[in-house]
Design a protein around this ligand. Structure first.
Ligand SMILES: *[C@@H]1O[C@H](CO)[C@@H](O)[C@H](O)[C@H]1NC(C)=O
Ligand SMILES: *[C@@H]1O[C@H](CO)[C@@H](O)[C@H](O)[C@H]1NC(C)=O
Ligand SMILES: *[C@@H]1O[C@H](CO)[C@@H](O)[C@H](O)[C@H]1NC(C)=O
Ligand SMILES: *[C@@H]1O[C@H](CO)[C@@H](O)[C@H](O)[C@H]1NC(C)=O
Length: 215
């Protein structure tokens, strides 16, 4: 029982580190389902690529698919037209934009996911012709905290020592209480003895008074 109590304490100390992983639009982990055009310093789509992550963005009229394992994602993309944002086959949002905004800064995101493999896909409609511009994807990985394992062990050891100390103290107190109880019992036994002896003595004196001639 004590051992499981310590194990529970250890579990309480194990935490996860949340770490953002940024994936550039040029990453091979991002699968483009259609034609794409890359905007970068060599072939800029705008006057400047400085505002883009890794100075590149990918324009496509096809789908974008990305697998990740984590608890959140943030997509930095623009859609001109109509597109579905899908996670694990489920449509999370339907985008419908008719005017392009100036910069690719909007994060289409979702947090609070289960820490399991996910598939994010951005699926454009064929009609009207839809163009997606992707700058970067960020996902939040949930990694076990190695430092807190040490913390857990140290915490567990401290908890164990504290528990043992607690048990020792409790045992000592119990023994002390028993000793005091026994001493009190002895004391009252002595007192009873004295009382009885006194009574007997008094009775003896009275007897002596009543029987003055016996000696
Ligand atoms: C990850 O990045 C997003 C978007 O920049 C931010 O809101 C979030 O706080 C970051 N999370 C972590 C754990 O750094
Ligand atoms: C930046 O883009 C280049 C290709 O343009 C690529 O080789 C490199 O890996 C990218 N860097 C990051 C951090 O994604
Ligand atoms: C992403 O994961 C799904 C489901 O596990 C798999 O079917 C698909 O091939 C993966 N796609 C990529 C690009 O890795
Ligand atoms: C997109 O919005 C336009 C008007 O802004 C509307 O005419 C069109 O039906 C919408 N398309 C979808 C698929 O919602």
């Amino acid at each position: 029982m004590h051992r499981s109590f310590i194990a529970l304490l250890c579990l309480g100390f194990v935490r996860a580190i949340l770490q953002n992983v940024t994936v550039d639009d040029t990453s091979p982990d991002i699968v483009y389902g259609g034609r794409k055009f890359q905007c970068n310093t060599a072939t800029p789509c705008d006057e400047s690529t400085d505002e883009l992550f890794n100075q590149s963005a990918t324009l496509t009229s096809g789908s974008i698919t990305f697998n990740f394992t984590g608890v959140a994602y943030y997509a930095s993309l623009e859609v001109l037209g109509v597109a579905d944002i899908m996670l694990d086959g489920e449509v999370l949002a339907a985008l419908n934009t008719t005017t392009p905004s100036d910069t690719i800064t909007d994060y289409i995101f979702k947090t609070g996911l289960n820490n399991i493999p996910h598939t994010l896909s951005i699926v454009p409609a064929a009609n009207p012709l839809t163009i997606i511009g992707l700058d970067q994807l960020i996902y939040t990985a949930s990694l076990p905290d190695k430092k807190s394992h040490v913390g857990a062990i140290v915490g567990g050891v401290i908890a164990g020592v504290a528990l043992i100390l607690g048990l020792l103290l409790a045992a000592l107190f119990a023994r002390r209480r028993k000793l005091i109880l026994r001493r009190n019992q002895r004391k009252s036994a002595v007192l009873r003895g004295i009382t009885v002896a006194r009574q007997n003595h008094a009775a003896g004196e009275e007897d002596a008074k009543e029987l003055p001639t016996s000696s």
